[in-house]
Ligand binder design. Sequence first.
Ligand SMILES: [Zn+2]
Length: 283
Amino acid sequence: MERDELVARLAEWVADRGVVVLSGAGLSTESGIPDYRGPSGAARRHTPMTYQAFTRDPVARRRYWARSHLGWRTIGGARPNAGHRAVARLQELAVVDGIITQNVDGLHQAGGAHGVVELHGNLARIACLDCGATSGRQELIERLDAANPGFAAAVTAVNPDGDVELDDAELDGFVVVGCAGCGGMLKPDVVYFGETVPPDRVSRSFDLVARARTLLVLGSSLTVMSGRRFVLRAAKEGIRVAIVNQGATRGEPYAGLMVDAALGAVLPELVRRVEAISPVAGR
Ligand SMILES: [Zn+2]
């Protein structure tokens, strides 16, 4: 099938309502956040931080915060793209009932969506591992800037989880700060490798999928089970699965409809077609 025909078919599925979106890194690449598994992504030059390394190794933790402090200038400055705005519009049109994202960049909400289940958390939120208090990234940025006057290092690359590539020697002088309330250990409120997704987020997501007529996967290669399990569940329950992704995806055996294309182009077109099918909805 030609792409136009695929998008037209997808618009019929979406206009039928009851859509739950599952989004991944591919939705944010057009906002300048690299997708290290997608076609435009470069291989990572260092292994991702694990929960074990972060909590047990003070040197690894200091290096993480130094990279993350600088990397935030890119991640925190990213803006939603046409794909995020299209998803928010589909929610406004009441054809999308739920949004589950594997992204930690908050760009769905910045693009106007609400009620988003952030499976892997959000980099803009900081959590204290000792007292459980959460705070905003900006507050931490200011405290880290104050604790590290003149800290300046070359930013050479940014990874999706907010790391920056720097020599270890440049990182080891970085001063880490503790929780403003209790002095405890701070960590970005995101799920690291070696950590499990909090059970309430998983069950909320399964509930959304169970009530869906269509599970619409956007920009995910479904490499990790934390996202793929929802596709497996949908397929098992006889719920339609549609995938829009640039490049190969492990969801292909379960998808009734696949569009291999850039999301920033396809999703606005999808919105136009859905509006043409249901012209009254959301107006
Ligand atoms: Zn605390």
